[in-house]
Design a protein around this ligand. Structure first.
Ligand SMILES: Cc1cc2nc3c(=O)[nH]c(=O)nc-3n(C[C@H](O)[C@H](O)[C@H](O)COP(=O)(O)OP(=O)(O)OC[C@H]3O[C@@H](n4cnc5c(N)ncnc54)[C@H](O)[C@@H]3O)c2cc1C
Length: 395
């Protein structure tokens, strides 16, 4: 089949790897001019995820790029420790920088797929024989299958799904992250500082001791801004955090010059049905939750199951799409329920901050939270597809 994948972050290259390996003619289109850098570390927790990464043939590369995880040290304005969460709390079994993960997936898939950067789908017309696609660049092509792997604000979803079938729920918070010079000399614990409704944090950059990564979270109603306009997003962050103490002014000072910025609302996407006749959603585009809901793991597993079901169904799209959704929907919805991470990272009140710190300082509660995270990742049952039907196991 001639397949178009929209988005080249995690879900897109994972799909390209499997679909290319199965012999399809795959093009990946990414709106950014190059593979996007930036983003904090993402983690894989549970055997399901490492098994899929192993079957993809990327596990070893990723292990060599492991960050090792960082403990999280919550501090007050003077830098005094209030509470510390161990590395395994945020890190899972395998933690890598999102940009490293994306690059490894890209490198392992680019032999089997054509990547086109700096372009985006402008219109989609689905009919019995294919999907006619017009790109912003003016190129026009017809594809047998279109995979929307273009994240929480998917253009594929916007163009092909009626608005009433999509529930995009803003979960009261925004998140932003950018690179800063490591003037604080951070090498071990990430440092986190709260005021009500806001979190400013900074952690070491494992690749370069001269750099560090920020992660800022703030509570806000829905904001209007242009997603392609970095300056607007920077202005929002500068306004939200201006006047705060601790190291906030120093961290904000690097923001105007940052070339990559991760900025998004903490939200959740639910779509009535993940596919039309020839278009299917994958990863955050179909079932995303910005933070704390195994989004990276479910994107990788989703790509595997989608490609596996396509191979099993002999490319009968309807059957494959239905099985893909059947296998994943229940588990994914449950993981999405755990996505109240804004409240956790930046409780709205002083009392809320103190209560969180107190509770998590106790080993019993901390262990309960770790257990809950582990249980979530065990919700997904992993099918095994036979190697003959599309070379599904890397020999
Ligand atoms: C730069 C960046 C930084 C991130 N940082 C973090 C982080 O720190 N912590 C965290 O938990 N999650 C982060 N995420 C989200 C995380 O990668 C996803 O939740 C998860 O991995 C699922 O991946 P996905 O591929 O479905 O979606 P995403 O990772 O969101 O990828 C979507 C891709 O589609 C591209 N795209 C968007 N619109 C179009 C379009 N119109 N045409 C073509 N391509 C388009 C985007 O540029 C992006 O490359 C980040 C995502 C990005 C893009």
């Amino acid at each position: 089949m001639k397949v178009l994948v929209s988005g080249a972050s995690v879900a897109g290259p994972s799909a390209a790897l499997w679909l290319g390996r199965a012999g399809h003619d795959v093009t990946v289109v990414e709106v950014a001019p190059a593979l996007r850098q930036g983003g904090y570390a993402v983690d894989f927790r549970g055997e399901v995820f490492t098994t899929v990464l192993e079957r993809m043939g990327v596990l070893e590369d990723l292990r060599s790029l492991q960050t090792g995880g960082s403990a999280m040290r919550f501090v007050d304005e003077s830098g005094r420790k209030l509470m510390r969460l161990p590395a395994e709390f945020a890190g899972g079994e395998l933690e890598v920088l999102r940009a490293d993960l994306s690059r490894v997936l890209y490198e392992h898939s680019r032999e089997q797929a054509t990547y086109r950067f700096g372009d985006s789908i402008a219109s989609l017309q689905e009919h019995a024989d294919g999907v006619d696609v017009r790109f912003e660049s003016g190129i026009e092509e017809t594809y047998d299958l279109v995979v929307g792997a273009d994240g929480m604000h998917s253009v594929v979803r916007r163009l092909a799904w009626p608005a009433e079938q999509v529930l995009e729920r803003h979960l009261d918070y925004y998140v932003g992250g950018w690179e800063v010079p490591n003037t604080l000399g951070i090498s071990g614990d990430a440092l986190l500082y709260n005021v009500p409704g806001k979190l400013a944090s900074v952690g070491a950059d494992r690749r370069d001791p001269g750099l560090a990564q920020t992660l800022f979270v703030f509570k806000s109603q829905v904001l209007e801004y242009n997603r392609r306009d970095l300056d607007q997003q920077k202005a929002i962050l500068l306004e939200q955090f201006s006047g705060l103490g601790w190291h906030v002014p120093e961290l904000l000072a690097a923001l105007p010059a940052a070339t990559e910025l991760y900025f998004d609302s903490i939200s959740r996407v639910r779509v009535d049905r993940w596919s039309t006749d020839r278009i299917v959603l994958l990863g955050d585009a179909g079932y995303g939750a910005t933070f704390g809901a195994l989004g990276t793991g479910t994107a990788v597993v989703g790509a595997y199951v989608l490609a596996g079901e396509l191979a099993q169904a002999g490319d009968d799209l309807r059957t494959a799409f239905d099985r893909y959704e059947e296998r994943l929907r229940k588990a994914v919805s449950k993981t999405q329920d755990g996505s109240r991470s804004g409240q956790f990272m930046a409780p709205a009140t002083r009392f809320g901050i103190a209560a969180r710190n107190k509770i998590l300082d106790r080993p019993f509660f901390l262990n309960q939270m770790l257990k809950m995270a582990q249980n979530m990742s065990e919700l997904i049952e992993l099918p095994t597809y036979s190697a003959e039907q599309g070379q599904f196991v890397q020999e």
